[in-house]
Design a protein around this ligand. Structure first.
Ligand SMILES: [Zn+2]
Length: 437
């Protein structure tokens, strides 16, 4: 009996020992987990953060004279961040405004904090921009430089603090002139005359442009004049500061060297299933996308304003050459058959993308339908001269299924007319879009 008891007690003690050892091992494992894994993980993350990404301005403070436009230098190490676009904002838009390319405009005396953040919001950097009166900055900077070489500490501080800020609104524009009195253009050709406003110290040298007949030639805010249809008209530039001052250029638009084989109807270049472009047609372009320059600058304006509304637009497809379109279409035919391919892809020569006036923005698929970007685009594209080229319910007229991402540049006036009257180019011009065979 006692033996059995002892045996039982020994068993119990041994069981307790085994249990204790088991607990100890678990405890050690938990400790190892917390000490090693838990501690190392954040350190590794932090290292990746520091080494992989960083965003900073070159300095903490930036001095600028009133009326100046300059680009802020920013250092962005993007690591493996996919969307490298930056969003800029100003603490006081009435003092310093900033666009999404980092260009600042010094609008009034004072200071504002400009903040840059990457699109995902992970990184941000700030810089204080101080707007000085005209001439004040250069004299302050010269004095500072002299002070540094002679007596470093004492004089530097007095310069910046004692200079009174006086706004000299007296310097007005006194004359305005254009480099040309006459310009000859072909339809769709662009030319920009140079403007000289005097005195050079005038505060507000901004320009306002207008055309006496927009059916003959149009002009944008920068003075790019484009021929629309044969005829003659007058383009005028006016000083915003002094609207009594203006200068004009006589514009003659001829149809003599119209690109052979390109169809213009009422000044609109038509490219659809009935009206192809010649094999060798290439748009006038100086941008990386091969887009018509006016179309591209209108797109940039739109993208920037969209960004202000929290809408991010990007180019998925812009200019496509005849040969690119040819292989694209052949691929679709091989995979989906010609009948299906013809509803969403153009045959070579029949694509609007060859005109340099069409852009596919964001996602080129039905997933784009109904997104905030698609809705914004449908509501605002016309304000920048674009139309949704292949709207919903009009595929019998346009020849293509609904494509909310495909926008076509036609100019603000035409785009607004088409938008307000819910018209396609085909309906507006009374034409069809059908392949001949
Ligand atoms: Zn397209």
């Amino acid at each position: 009996m006692s033996k059995r008891v002892t045996k039982n007690m020994q068993d119990e003690i041994s069981a307790i020992k085994t249990f204790a050892v088991f607990i100890a091992i678990i405890a050690v494992i938990i400790c190892i987990y917390f000490v090693i894994i838990k501690n190392i993980e954040p350190i590794e993350d932090k290292t990746v953060d520091i080494a992989g990404y960083s965003l900073s301005f070159d300095s903490d403070v930036y001095d600028i004279e009133i009326g100046q436009r300059e680009k802020l230098d920013i250092n962005f190490v993007s690591g493996n961040i996919v969307d490298t676009s930056l969003l800029y904002s100003s603490s006081d838009e009435s003092v310093v405004s900033v666009d999404n390319n980092g260009y600042i405009d010094a609008l009034s005396i004072g200071q504002a904090v400009i903040k840059a953040a990457n699109a995902e919001g992970k990184l941000s950097a700030e810089i204080t921009v101080v707007v000085h009166n005209t001439g004040e900055l250069s004299s302050a900077m010269t004095t500072t430089t002299t002070a540094v070489t002679t007596a470093p500490v004492q004089t530097t501080t007095t310069v910046t603090t004692t200079t009174p800020i006086v706004i000299d609104w007296e310097v007005e524009v006194e004359s305005i002139a254009l480099s040309k009195s006459e310009i000859s253009l072909d339809i769709w050709e662009i030319e920009m005359p140079m403007v000289t406003m005097l005195p050079s110290t005038a505060k507000d040298k901004s320009e306002r442009w207008s055309s006496s007949d927009e059916s003959i030639a149009v002009v944008d805010a920068y003075g790019n004049i484009r021929g629309v249809a044969p005829g003659q008209c007058v383009i005028t530039v006016t000083s915003v500061n002094n609207p009594n001052l203006s200068a004009s250029v006589n514009v003659i638009v001829s149809s003599s060297s119209l690109v052979e084989g390109v169809t213009f109807i009422d000044g609109i270049m038509v490219v659809n299933k009935s009206y192809p472009l010649p094999v060798d047609y290439v748009p006038q372009s100086t941008n990386d996308y091969g887009l018509d320059d006016m179309c591209y600058s209108a797109y940039l304006d739109m993208k920037s304003d969209a960004q202000d509304d929290g809408i991010s637009l990007y180019i998925s497809s812009a200019y496509r050459s005849y040969s690119t379109q040819s292989s694209l279409y052949s691929n679709y035919v091989a995979n989906r058959g010609q009948q299906a391919a013809d509803t969403f892809s153009a045959r070579a020569g029949y694509s609007e993308h060859q005109s340099g006036l069409a852009i596919d923005v964001n996602e080129v698929s039905d997933a784009f339908i109904g997104t905030p970007e698609a809705i914004w685009l449908a509501e605002h594209a016309h304000e920048y001269g674009f139309i949704i080229r292949y709207p919903e319910g009009k595929s019998d007229i346009t020849g293509y299924k609904y494509e909310p991402w495909h926008i076509r540049y036609v100019g603000i006036e035409t785009a607004t007319h088409l938008y307000e009257n819910e018209l396609t180019i085909e309906e507006y011009l009374g034409i069809d879009s059908v392949y001949a065979e």
